[in-house]
Design a protein around this ligand. Structure first.
Ligand code: MN
Length: 296
């Protein structure tokens, strides 16, 4: 049945004056041109989503091809509770603006936006929805592009352990004393949550490297030169055996994108937590992402 009533999409209306930390057009830095931009794990629909920073990033960085590698919209979270902000609408608008400007946009659904997987093979609003893709870089490398949740079943570590970050650890450390007081008051023996989490963080680090190796092994079996994925919220560029392993990180904590220049050079951009005006060059340090707090 064709949907003709678009009023349901009224929430996508742009606010009168988008509240943004970025400077106005006059002071905005010159857009940085890339051949390709890869982003994933945006988690639109959650409080954790750094929509404002992502909208600024998209406004300040242009490309011929934009890959959205899954978990862009968090269907799981939206199903539990509707959460949508004008900044998240700005992200949608910046993506559609790129479409209008001639950027080829490819959307590869992840596990949190798996409701879009049924549309793989279709084009929606000139955005190609596909399950996975092969991207050829300017220097001829063939990259397998996919979200990466397909490898979860292969990984033996508990999935949630991957998402305990250092920040969570320090918060818990501060809570530990109070917890101890409470437990003593309740007549319970001492139990160190911080020691528990320390073990968990160690396991999380092992999980990340295990994930990367599993993905690289699958890519080698597929006969490609490299693999580009997301899912674990940990940006990375490294060679694993013969395979170039690439992960574009996330927009919940690290605010990272993977970009390719006209010569096929790949790098991770970390969109700083400060305004673009503070980072006129578009940014940004290299990739040392931490495991994230939000489920991948
Ligand atoms: Mn995911």
């Amino acid at each position: 049945m064709a949907v003709r009533d678009w009023s349901a999409l009224a929430f996508l209306r742009l606010p009168q004056a988008p509240r943004s930390r970025s400077p106005g057009p006059a002071t905005r830095p010159v857009a940085r041109q890339h051949r390709t931009i890869f982003i994933s794990d945006v988690h639109l629909g959650t409080r954790g989503c750094k929509a404002e920073l992502l909208a600024d990033f998209l406004a300040c960085n242009t490309c011929e091809t934009l890959y959205l590698i899954g978990d862009i919209i968090d269907g799981w979270a939206l199903q539990r509770r509707w959460f949508w902000t004008p900044e998240q609408t700005r992200v949608v608008h910046e993506i559609l603006k790129k479409v209008d400007q001639g950027t080829r946009v490819i959307y590869i659904p992840g596990n949190h936006d798996e409701f879009l997987r049924r549309y793989c093979g279709r084009t929606m609003a000139d955005i190609e929805v596909v399950a996975e893709a092969i991207h050829e870089t300017a220097d001829g490398k063939r990259l397998w592009v996919l979200h990466g949740d397909v490898f979860d079943s292969v990984i033996s570590y508990a999935k949630w352990l991957a998402h305990i970050g250092d920040r969570a650890y320090s918060v818990v450390l501060a809570l530990n004393d109070r917890l101890h007081t409470l437990r003593r008051w309740l007549g319970l023996p001492y139990w160190s949550i911080s020691a528990y989490l320390k073990r968990a963080v160690k396991n999380a680090v092992e999980y990340v490297s295990h994930y990367e190796e599993i993905v690289a092994r699958a890519a080698a079996a597929k006969g490609v030169d490299g693999v580009c994925c997301g899912h674990i919220h940990h940006a990375e560029i490294r060679k694993i055996g013969t395979i170039l392993y690439l992960n574009d990180g996330d927009w919940v904590e690290s605010c990272t994108a993977l970009v390719e220049d006209a010569r096929g050079h790949l790098e991770i951009l970390r969109w700083a937590t400060s305004t673009p005006a503070d980072n006129p060059a578009g940014a940004i340090a290299s990739a040392e992402g931490e495991a994230s707090l939000i489920p991948a």
